[in-house]
Design a protein around this ligand. Structure first.
Ligand SMILES: Nc1ncnc2c1ncn2[C@@H]1O[C@H](COP(=O)(O)OP(=O)(O)OP(=O)(O)O)[C@@H](O)[C@H]1O
Length: 369
């Protein structure tokens, strides 16, 4: 992926030699700090190269998780500092953190909620597109056998997967996302009467008999709740980690806590909590109102030793897009909401790396202790 930096100012030109340019780039990449780069960018890069042709400078970087938005900003900053067009040529080297035998799938991340209706499926779809916008290859698997909403949310209702070899199903393409759901295969009313084992075997088939393209992440939209079916899925699917979606209401938070405890029980690390419908911004005066309470996501993250990955507003555009089979990331990629989802997606991918990837300085510390 190429990220092109831009420079606008007409500062008096200082001509730097190649060594000075290299030093300035290295210093910038080492000194940069943000939530996802607490110790700088360069120490995490497994590759770094520099090519220069007059005012065109290309920096080759190999990074361990998707983070295009932040790197594009760094490219702008460097272009300005060097008064040149700095292009980042990014190679993503995302490593599967848990071994499994599902072909062409890297890391499987379960998106769960203790309670129904908190916006788990909407969040899953938007996070999938957000990860894609950050540079990753992503798929989405709807595990909500009893109430699959992913086909509608991706604008693929009534579509059916095909098969090239009569064995594996080709996932549907949702503007670049691989998508699979029981909703593509059987009418909604049919699956609702399936008993637990049948639902679980249907899910296994969806996971194992889909011809996924080469995915960095497969997001699983889990059925809501923490009952037997969720526990079985969390145990049987080689999930690398989970994310719990909640709203700030007490009842949703209590159920989100049950979700965290459930994953803990089956030793699936929880990357963090996403607080959906956190606040509402008045369209007229811009005032923020916390309709369902405040601080709950932060409290739950602190009480259960995880982190708040981000907060999303209650917003009519999110609901309208979800109901119309669209996504804010695709519809309005530079909009405030799209940027919020992208920040959460970067946090999620970075947490997966820092907590579980053997290349991360944090895991190395844990391993040597
Ligand atoms: N941040 C938001 N702002 C406005 N509407 C939202 C937001 N998030 C979700 N919604 C809307 O809330 C409703 C429920 O969302 P969704 O189906 O994603 O919930 P869910 O937790 O997956 O439910 P279930 O698991 O019970 O199927 C949908 O109509 C969706 O458009």
């Amino acid at each position: 992926m190429k990220l092109f930096g831009k420079f606008f100012s007409s500062k008096a030109e200082t001509v730097l030699n190649s060594d000075e340019i290299k030093q300035l780039i290295e210093d910038t990449l080492t000194g940069y700090r943000s939530d996802i780069f607490p110790e700088g960018i360069l120490p995490l890069c497994t590759g770094f190269s520099l090519a220069r042709e007059g005012k065109e400078i290309t920096v080759g970087l190999t990074v361990p998780f998707p983070c295009s938005f932040e790197l594009a900003q760094v490219a702008d900053k460097l272009s300005e500092a060097l008064q040149a067009n700095v292009t980042f040529d990014i190679q993503l080297q995302i490593q599967p953190v848990r071994s499994h035998d599902i072909a062409n799938v890297g890391n499987i991340i379960a998106i769960a909620s203790g309670k129904g209706g908190v916006g788990k499926s909407t969040t899953t779809v938007n996070l999938a597109y957000a990860l894609m916008a950050e540079g990753a290859k992503v798929g989405i698997l709807d595990a909500d056998i009893y109430g699959p909403s992913i086909p509608t949310m991706l604008g693929l209702k009534n579509e059916k997967p095909t098969s090239k070899d009569g064995k594996l199903m080709t996932p549907l393409d949702a503007q670049g996302l691989d998508a699979m759901s029981i909703g593509f295969l059987v009418p909604d009313e049919e699956a609702t009467v399936w008993r637990g084992p049948m639902a679980s075997s249907a899910f296994n088939q969806l996971l194992n008999e889909t011809d996924w393209s080469d995915l960095d992440y497969l997001l699983i939209d889990m059925p809501p709740g923490t009952g037997d079916i969720q526990l079985t899925l969390a145990q049987k699917v080689p999930v690398a980690a989970a994310v719990v979606v909640t709203t700030p209401q007490d009842i949703a938070l209590a159920d989100a806590a049950k979700g965290i405890i459930m994953f803990d029980k089956v030793q699936v690390p929880v990357l963090g909590v996403v607080e959906n419908m956190s606040y509402h911004l008045c369209q007229h005066c811009g005032e923020k109102s916390h309709l369902f309470g405040q601080g709950g996501g932060e409290d739950i993250a602190a009480n259960y030793q995880t982190r708040l990955l981000g907060q999303l507003p209650l917003d009519i555009a999110i609901r309208q897009d979800a109901d119309l089979g669209k996504s804010e990331i695709i519809e309005n990629s530079a909009g405030e909401i799209a940027l919020l989802y992208r920040k959460i997606a970067r946090n999620m991918a970075a947490q997966l790396f820092y907590q579980l990837d053997s290349r991360s300085p944090d895991t190395a510390e844990i391993i040597t202790r």
